[in-house]
Design a protein. Structure first.
Length: 250
């Protein structure tokens, strides 16, 4: 039951029509007619274009996949981890270079402006990933790493960033070593903007290894020592800002 079955099935022809010389396909999900092109439909198999297009339009396919992720978060996490584990070093390098190029070309900024709803959902999800550490813990964390980026060693005194055409000195990012891990001091290291962007959702092993030009075995050992042992010397009980203010008033 491959492409031959599909093209001899009457339902296949019911979902295809010609309008003003343009071939259109009817999405089996939303029932809308759209041009049968890669702009509106995914190919069944990119390496075998003769198999044609899928039955759902791109929008419906993405919505269905997003709903599956929301309903199966653990399975998605396992699937993503297996995919990353089996990824070759060459592929990882290519993906990082592509991501950097998209940032430099302004593609990411354009995508954010064109997809405000998606960015809003992403921002809401990221709010839960903020570190719950106080100022004292953060200062001790930076001092532990000699006020340098834990990954590349850039001093805080040289951590400049440009925003809206203005360049100024800024603080390090409170980096999650494990993207899906805790949000306390046990999973926090200081990171410059460049390393924070490049690491993204990659695991420490995937991103920070000998293939990374910023890699240093000494710095890696220090990160591991911090998140496994030394953070315990500085971690304090987390108190939300509201409760902290109420307690200080009394």
């Amino acid at each position: 039951m491959g492409s031959k079955y599909i093209k001899t099935n009457p339902i296949f022809f019911q979902n295809i029509r010609m309008t003003n010389g343009i071939k259109e396909r009817k999405c089996t999900k939303c029932q809308e007619w759209k041009p049968e092109t890669t702009e509106y439909f995914y190919m069944r198999n990119k390496s075998k274009p003769e198999k044609g297009f899928g039955s759902e339009c791109k929008i419906c396919t993405r919505d269905r996949f997003q709903k599956w992720i929301e309903n199966n978060p653990e399975q998605y996490k396992i699937t993503t981890k297996n995919k990353n584990d089996n990824m070759s070093d060459t592929t990882r390098v290519i993906r990082r270079k592509l991501a950097n190029k998209q940032r430099e070309d302004g593609y990411q900024k354009e995508y954010q402006n064109n997809n405000p709803d998606k960015m809003k959902k992403y921002s809401e999800k990221r709010r839960h990933k903020n570190h719950k550490i106080n100022k004292t813990e953060w200062e001790n964390c930076k001092k532990y790493f000699d006020c340098k980026c834990a990954y590349c060693g850039l001093p805080l005194s040289e951590h400049y960033f440009t925003r809206k055409g203005v360049t100024k000195l800024g603080d390090f990012h409170r980096e999650h070593v494990d993207h899906e891990g805790n949000s306390d001091l046990s999973n926090c290291v200081p990171s410059c903007g460049s390393c924070n962007d490049q690491k993204w959702k990659f695991t420490l092993d995937e991103w920070y290894n000998e293939n990374n030009p910023k890699f240093s075995q000494e710095r890696l050992d220090k990160v591991i020592k911090w998140i496994t042992e030394d953070y315990k010397q500085y971690i304090e009980e987390y108190i939300p800002k509201r409760k902290y203010k109420e307690r200080n008033k009394t």
